[in-house]
Each structure stands twice: as structure tokens, then as C-alpha cells.
Design a protein around this ligand. Structure first.
Ligand SMILES: [Cu+2]
Length: 492
């Protein structure tokens, strides 16, 4: 396959030039703060265990077996999901990354509020890794949790390039018998069109005055016009841990055992509702941060979101199901604790029909809320766009002409996120974990929040990690079509 230079790669290249120009032009009443000394001193302030972990990671072409159909894709290591990385909060990790892909790539450590120059965004924080090249990542991990990593590079995320990054908390009791990582994905690579072709189709359909939408090789959003709440792309397959429903990953335990399930939505364009047949789930964490536990039958996860749950297992065989919002199909794994017949591949347990829990139903656990503080700066993040033309914006602008949000070191900031569209958008902020507002209130700490159609969410953050940070929709197609901006640290 010929390397594809995506529009966003071009945009990010231009953005890089713009950043350099910004540093010298020093506009908007203050200088941009992409200052190596400030980044280094923030790093020195991070709590550290003193331990160094040397890890290795390789992006490469890989073949995966999707229920008997072997497809070629790109992954991290030999599997999809890729090589799981693990460390303890406070560790310094040195990750030797090798790019064996036929084109350049990048690695973004989603959920880790690390030093800006290791954040893995080409043209903004970190140089891309060229084909056959290497990058030495080196950073201290500030906090525990269920995180993950993926490229910040065109449509590469919609291939098999994703993997968990689990960070242990030395102070956490770990009162469970097993820990399972469950990674959700929407899949087209090698089965349907390539992600790049799907994106081109969306753009082409958006520019032909309404003729498109129904006739794009069967992979446009199921509702056909104007987008649908759930996403823009109908995928041939939905996967849990890289497996199709008729050949599922089987998670085994004994009846009565307690399991911690770390759920990651790594999909490019799919919101999932998850449930474990015959069980209630106790939600303990979202995006790595503890919440006051809440019991629910089902959870809705936007792209990029993570939820940790604890369940006490019954006796038998139970489907763990992920239902794609607004789309046909299902992803599943099986939990086996004893004898029992396999439910049909399309079987949906009754729990999946329950009203799903979302982050607004959660409260920060004691000790995890930000300090109560009025914001020093309030910034608007208005989400807008649509299918005709296929353009998605923040504050009325695509990323190539964005006016970055700004904050000064030490300030508390509020992002007023308003969704002016008929779709849900998972908004992700790099380098910080915000609190669903107000600071000091009862909202959960998160780095990715699903904003419902025509809805609004306020999030508060503390500017303790200098640099330039992406703020974007975690729908990979929306991001590619412009729905990104930055939060830039500026001198006061
Ligand atoms: Cu979006």
C-alpha cells in the first residue's frame, strides 16, 4: 500500500510552522510558553519513585485473525490490541520506540499528564518518528490508572495501532482476584475500506450537494444524512480485545471471585454501551481517577474514555457485550466461571437495554477533587459542524486556522464546552485531568468527556503542566476534518 499523506498531516506540518512563527511574533498580549526550562522544571516537581523502567515498543505491519479471516493491518508488536505497557505511578519510563511502518507515525500517551515534549503530537510537541526511525521517550508518570496509547497521525488510529498503558497505584489495596483489560474497537482495516478512503468518501459526499450519504460503498453512517448521534461510519466489525463475537476472547475465573475490569474505548468513530450479562457493575474509576463507587447495569463510553468496574462473578458463562450506539452489530467477550452453553454471537443480555451510566452520574472520590477555586480564566469550546460539507470545527474554525485557547502557569481555568451539533463528541484534553465542574465540587476527574448533542459541559483544570496541549474531538474522522484546537500556556 502506498503511503498516504493525510490532510491532517499537512495541517499539522503547517501548524508546526505557525507555532514557530508564534514564538517569534509573540502575539495576543503574551508570549507562547513552549519553554524547555519550564517543561523541565515541571518534570522535576513530579512525585517520583526513583525507579527507572526501560520499555520497548515497535509499530509494525501485522496480520490478525478475525474469526478465520486473516487481515493485514498495523499494530504495536505482534497483536491487536498491541503490547500492553505497565508501570507504577512515579516511575520514570524510558520507552524505546521503533517505527517499522512504511510511513511516519507518532505515539500519544492518552491520559498521562506527562511533560509536554513527550506528548507525541507532531508539529506541536514531539517530532514524528520517520519510517525505519526510532524515538526515545523518557518521562515520569504522574498518576495511576487505566490509560492507553495511539498515534496522533492522520487516520492511523483507526487501524490496529492501540494498546493499554496500565499504571499501578502503590497505595491501592487491589481487593480483587483478577484484573482484566477489555479494549473496544470498531474495525474496517482489511475487511472494508481503508480509514483513509472512508475519510475521503465522507469529504466527497459532503461536497456533492446532498447526493451522497447513501451511496458510498455501504460504509457511511447508517442514518444516511446529517450524521447520526452515534458516529459517521458503519463498520463491518466491532471487536473486543481484537476478537470478533463468534470467536471471542474468553476470560476465566471462579464463581464468587471479584474481578476488576479495565474498559478502554479505542474506537475511531463508535460510542459503545457495555454490560456484563447477569451482573451488576460497580464503577470505581474513570479515566484513571477514583470515583465514589456507583452500581449500574450498563455504561456508555465515548471514544478515548476509560471506566474501571468491579464485579462479583456468578456461576456459568456470561457475555460481556459492547453495543455500538446507533449502528448495527455488536462486540463481545465471554466470562466463564463454570459450565454453560455459549450464547449466540448476536445475543444481547437484558442489562444492555438499561439506561447507561455516563460520567455525569459519578462523583470524584474523596481526595481526588481539585481544590475549590474560582477560575482565573474561562475559555469557550464551541463544537460545531456537519456532514454537508464534511467539516467539524471548534469555535467556528478548523484546526488549520484555529485561535488557541490560552492559560498562564498556575492559573485555574474553566472550559465551557458547548455542543452546537446533533452528534455526541468526546472531547479530550492533553496533559491535564480536569474536573467536571466546578473545581472542588462533586464531579468526576477525567481527561475525555462525552458531550451530548446540543449539550454543554463545564470542566475546570489547573495549569500545572506548561506547554502546548491539544484539545480535540476523539472521533478520529472529526479530528481529521478540523475539530481540534490547542490550550497554549502563555506568559501572564
Ligand atoms: Cu466529534
Amino acid at each position: 500500500m502506498a503511503p498516504v499523506v493525510s490532510r491532517r498531516q499537512l495541517l499539522l506540518g503547517l501548524a508546526g510552522i505557525g507555532t514557530l512563527a508564534g514564538l517569534t511574533a509573540c502575539g495576543r498580549g503574551g508570549g507562547s510558553l513552549l519553554d524547555p526550562a519550564a517543561i523541565a522544571s515541571a518534570e522535576a516537581l513530579r512525585p517520583a519513585t526513583g525507579r527507572i523502567r526501560d520499555l520497548a515498543l515497535r509499530a509494525r505491519p501485522v496480520q490478525v485473525d478475525l474469526g478465520g479471516t486473516v487481515v493485514s493491518t498495523w499494530g504495536y508488536g505482534d497483536t491487536v490490541p498491541g503490547t500492553l505497557l505497565r508501570a507504577t505511578a512515579g516511575d520514570r519510563v524510558r520507552i524505546a520506540f521503533t517505527n517499522d511502518l512504511p510511513e511516519e507515525t507518532s505515539v500519544h500517551w492518552h491520559g498521562l499528564a506527562i511533560r509536554n515534549d513527550m506528548d507525541g503530537v507532531p508539529g506541536v510537541t514531539t517530532a514524528p518518528t520517520p519510517a525505519a526511525g526510532t524515538t526515545a521517550f523518557d518521562f515520569t508518570i504522574p498518576h495511576a490508572g487505566t490509560h492507553w496509547f495511539h498515534p496522533h497521525h492522520g487516520m492511523q488510529l483507526d487501524r490496529g495501532l492501540y494498546a493499554p498503558f496500565i499504571v499501578d497505584d502503590p497505595a491501592e489495596p487491589g481487593a480483587y482476584d483478577h484484573e482484566w483489560v477489555v479494549v473496544l474497537d470498531d474495525w474496517t482495516d482489511g475487511v472494508g475500506k481503508s480509514p483513509e478512503d472512508i475519510f475521503s468518501d465522507l469529504v466527497a459526499a459532503g461536497s456533492d450537494g446532498g447526493m451522497g450519504g447513501m451511496d458510498m460503498g455501504g460504509q457511511m453512517g447508517g442514518m444516511g444524512m446529517g450524521g447520526m448521534d452515534g458516529g459517521d461510519v458503519a463498520y463491518p466489525l466491532y471487536l473486543i480485545n481484537g476478537r470478533v463475537p463468534r470467536d471471542p476472547d474468553v476470560l476465566t475465573a471462579k464463581p464468587g471471585q471479584k474481578v476488576r475490569i479495565r474498559i478502554i474505548n479505542s474506537a475511531a468513530d463508535t460510542i459503545f454501551t457495555v454490560a456484563l450479562g447477569g451482573h451488576e457493575l460497580s464503577v470505581t474509576h474513570t479515566d484513571g481517577y477514583a470515583v465514589t463507587p456507583v452500581t449500574t447495569s450498563s455504561i456508555r463510553l465515548g471514544m478515548g474514555e476509560r471506566y474501571d468496574v468491579v464485579a462479583t462473578l456468578g456461576d456459568g458463562v456470561f457475555p460481556f457485550v459492547a453495543s455500538p450506539l446507533g449502528k448495527a452489530g455488536v462486540a463481545r467477550a465471554l466470562v466463564r466461571t463454570g459450565a454453560g452453553s455459549l450464547p449466540a454471537a448476536s445475543y444481547l443480555p437484558s442489562e444492555i437495554a438499561a439506561f447507561p451510566l455516563t460520567a455525569d452520574a459519578l462523583s470524584a472520590a474523596p481526595g481526588t477533587a481539585l481544590a475549590t477555586r474560582d477560575p482565573d480564566t474561562v475559555q469557550q469550546v464551541a463544537l460545531s459542524g456537519g456532514m454537508q460539507p464534511y467539516v467539524w470545527t471548534i469555535n467556528g474554525r478548523t484546526y488549520d486556522e484555529t485561535v488557541p485557547l490560552t492559560i498562564a502557569p498556575g492559573q485555574s481555568g474553566r472550559l465551557r464546552i458547548t455542543n452546537m451539533s446533533m452528534m455526541s463528541h468526546p472531547v479530550h484534553l492533553h496533559g491535564h485531568t480536569f474536573q467536571l465542574g466546578p473545581a472542588g465540587g462533586s464531579g468526576a476527574r477525567k481527561d475525555t468527556v462525552l458531550v451530548p448533542p446540543m449539550g454543554a459541559v463545564n470542566v475546570d483544570l489547573v495549569a500545572d503542566n506548561p506547554g502546548q496541549w491539544m484539545v480535540h474531538c476523539h472521533n478520529a474522522y472529526h479530528a481529521e476534518a478540523g475539530m481540534m484546537t490547542r490550550l497554549d500556556y502563555v506568559t501572564a
